[in-house]
Ligand binder design. Structure first.
Ligand code: GDP
Length: 307
């Protein structure tokens, strides 16, 4: 991810290196190239506009510093502004004062929620927590089974509707039962069995729809999550912003997880979502294995892009 963006920015800065001082025209030309590189990487138009506006203003008013040549100064400004649009400081999960901490996952189908549930569960378990996974995606065929597989790999138990209980996966692989009831019962189970974290996997549709959003909001209202993580496929390009805004409005998520950051797509989602929704990116999912999971650090991501 970001290979092209990274190359383009690097070559833009290379052109500046020979200059002793930068004229306004030099800065404008540089900002134009940065704008094009960001737009070609699918970064959302309003984010690009704000970003380039700030970079231009700061570059024009930058003090000539003894330590940095003009090119380095522009790189420093771009770096700082990249960190800012990626959310500034990284923060950890909000853990409840009175466990269990309830974490709800939301996002489109195929975004990587179920995979992320396993990764997060494994990561928390390795830190000494005792998570419980809750299978409240009763929409997608075999989603419950998939979560059970993921849970087994992570060494984390899964609360799922089973025959005679909340509904069962029939021969079609589709679970019946009410996801809100399952989610609530999952949290109660975690409390009674002393799990300190509950991770609720919810249904996603291929596109944003009102029924999906209502179901997610109902699960939220029934379980009062400490953290609602919106999982977004970093490869979805310009659709990222509309999708993120719909979920921000529909479920008021509290953090973002970027999935499929290992892909070779242009990465605009990664660079737009935190800014557009005002919510921080907490984690990155970087592959299909449960260990392909990272705490997201805006400064490290910015350095990677400008490397
Ligand atoms: P859900 O519908 O949101 O629960 O999505 P899934 O967790 O089922 O993921 C959809 C597909 O994307 C599966 O084939 C996963 O193996 C794959 N996937 C999930 N996360 C990643 C990731 O970070 N990188 C890659 N390359 N594939 C992923």
């Amino acid at each position: 991810m970001f290979a092209t963006l990274s190359d383009r920015l690097t070559s833009t800065f290379k052109n500046l290196r020979t200059k002793g001082r930068l004229s306004e025209a030099d800065i404008d030309a540089t900002v134009r190239e940065i704008r094009r590189a960001l737009l070609d990487a699918d970064v959302a138009v309003p984010v690009v506009r704000e970003f380039t506006g700030t970079v231009r203003e700061r570059a024009l008013s930058a003090e000539v510093s003894g330590a940095l040549n003009p090119a380095q100064q522009v790189v420093k400004i771009v770096n700082e502004e990249l960190v800012a649009i990626l959310g500034g400081e990284s923060r950890g999960l909000n853990l409840a004062k009175n466990p269990p901490t309830v974490i709800m996952l939301a996002g489109l189908q195929g975004a990587g929620k179920t995979t992320l549930a396993g990764k997060l569960a494994l990561n928390l378990r390795q830190q000494g927590h005792t998570p419980l996974l809750v299978a409240a995606d009763l929409q997608r065929p075999n989603a419950v089974t998939q979560l059970k597989v993921v849970g087994e790999r992570a060494g984390v138990p899964v609360y799922a509707p089973d025959a005679g209980n909340q509904g069962a996966e029939g021969q079609s692989g589709v679970s019946t039962g009410d996801p809100v009831t399952v989610a609530r019962a999952g949290v109660e189970t975690a409390r009674s069995r002393q799990h300190d974290v509950v991770i609720i996997d919810t249904a996603g549709r291929l596109g944003v729809d009102a029924e999906l959003m209502q179901q997610a909001a109902d699960i939220r209202d029934a379980t009062s999550p400490d953290e609602i993580l919106f999982v977004i496929d970093a490869m979805i390009g310009q659709d990222a912003v509309a999708t993120a805004q719909a979920f921000a409005e529909g479920v008021s998520f509290t953090g973002v997880v970027l999935s499929k950051l290992d892909g070779d797509a242009r990465g605009g989602a990664a660079l737009s979502v935190a800014r557009v929704t005002g919510q921080p990116i907490l984690f990155a999912s970087t592959g299909e294995k449960l260990t392909d999971f990272e705490v997201f650090h805006p400064d490290r991501m910015a350095s990677r892009i400008l490397d």
